[in-house]
Design a binder for this molecule. Structure first.
Ligand code: NAD
Length: 260
């Protein structure tokens, strides 16, 4: 349990990849603050299970990642209730698929706010404590779309390219403080986020569900298999360890060869 005594704050961790991060870090003893939307009873059950797995505390923040004031308050709340955060994983994300001429401007603003600006606000609030403690791990969930584009995903691709740049800048600014900042760039991982974009992609491209899965989602993924959330969480766990202390400013692909 190499994370005993550490606290991890993970945004967007009521589902998918974020929940897998929470489980992986709790299994190594970290106190966890989860965040995100969903059914209150299901979230409370997850919180309890995380505390049992870690033998440490687990808390939930309902902060909305599109609201800078709520993000700053979430980081303060984590510090007050659990200490830290020593590990900050910005992971909350949403998607919208549409040709650019029909792309609703409010969807653009929402995606940039949740997938990019939220990480800025959370990092900005968490870095002073990490610098004071001379230890920190900042991990951002980027995407293969931080390195390459796909049509009809203008806001998402812009936000993910942006978070890769933000990660590099933070890495340079924190490099002498025992803090690392990296992003993980998965290819397609089978989560609710991917499942939800299938109907819009069917409409945008005039395809069936099977065609979207095989000819769009997995077309560029040479393994022809979805990445698993547990594999992504395994990489985050490694980034938290001493073996990764010199890995900073990196954009780590886990995409079945998509961007090769
Ligand atoms: P998901 O839909 O399963 O989970 C998204 C999480 O974000 C949920 O917990 C949700 O409640 C939370 N969330 C959404 N809006 C929020 C808001 N305003 N405030 C707080 N929380 C909010 O999706 P996922 O696939 O697990 O995605 C997680 C991250 O991984 C995202 O940043 C996504 O872009 C990225 N990613 C996913 C894939 C994939 O194929 N699934 C690939 C590459 C990158």
């Amino acid at each position: 349990m190499f994370l005993k005594g550490k606290t991890a704050l993970i945004t967007g961790s009521t589902s998918g990849i974020g929940l897998a991060y929470a489980k992986a870090l709790a299994a190594e003893g970290a106190a966890i603050m989860i965040n995100g939307f969903g059914d209150a009873d299901a979230i409370e059950a997850e919180r309890k299970a995380l505390a049992e797995a870690s033998g440490a505390q687990a808390a939930y923040s309902p902060a909305d990642m599109s609201r800078p004031d709520e993000i700053a308050a979430m980081v303060r709340d984590c510090e007050d209730r659990l200490g830290g955060p020593d590990i900050l994983i910005s992971n909350a994300g949403v998607q919208h698929v549409s040709p650019i001429e029909d792309f609703p401007p409010e969807k653009w603003d929402q995606i940039i706010a949740i997938n990019l600006s939220a990480a800025f606000h959370a990092i900005r609030a968490a870095v002073p404590g990490m610098k004071a403690r001379k230890w920190g791990r900042i991990i951002n969930t980027a995407s293969a779309h931080s390195l390459t584009a796909s049509p009809f995903k203008s806001a998402y691709v812009a936000a993910k390219h942006g978070i890769a740049g933000l990660t590099k800048t933070v890495a340079l600014e924190t490099a002498t403080f025992g803090i690392t900042a990296n992003c993980i760039s998965p290819g397609y991982v089978w989560t609710p986020l991917v499942e939800k974009q299938i109907p819009d992609t069917m409409k945008a491209r005039g395809m069936t569900r099977e065609q979207v899965i095989n000819d769009v989602l997995l077309a560029g993924q040479p393994t022809k298999a979805f990445v698993t959330a547990e594999q992504v969480a395994g990489l985050a766990l490694w980034l938290c360890g001493d073996a990764a202390a010199s890995v900073t400013g990196a954009n780590l692909s886990m995409d079945g060869g998509w961007t090769a």
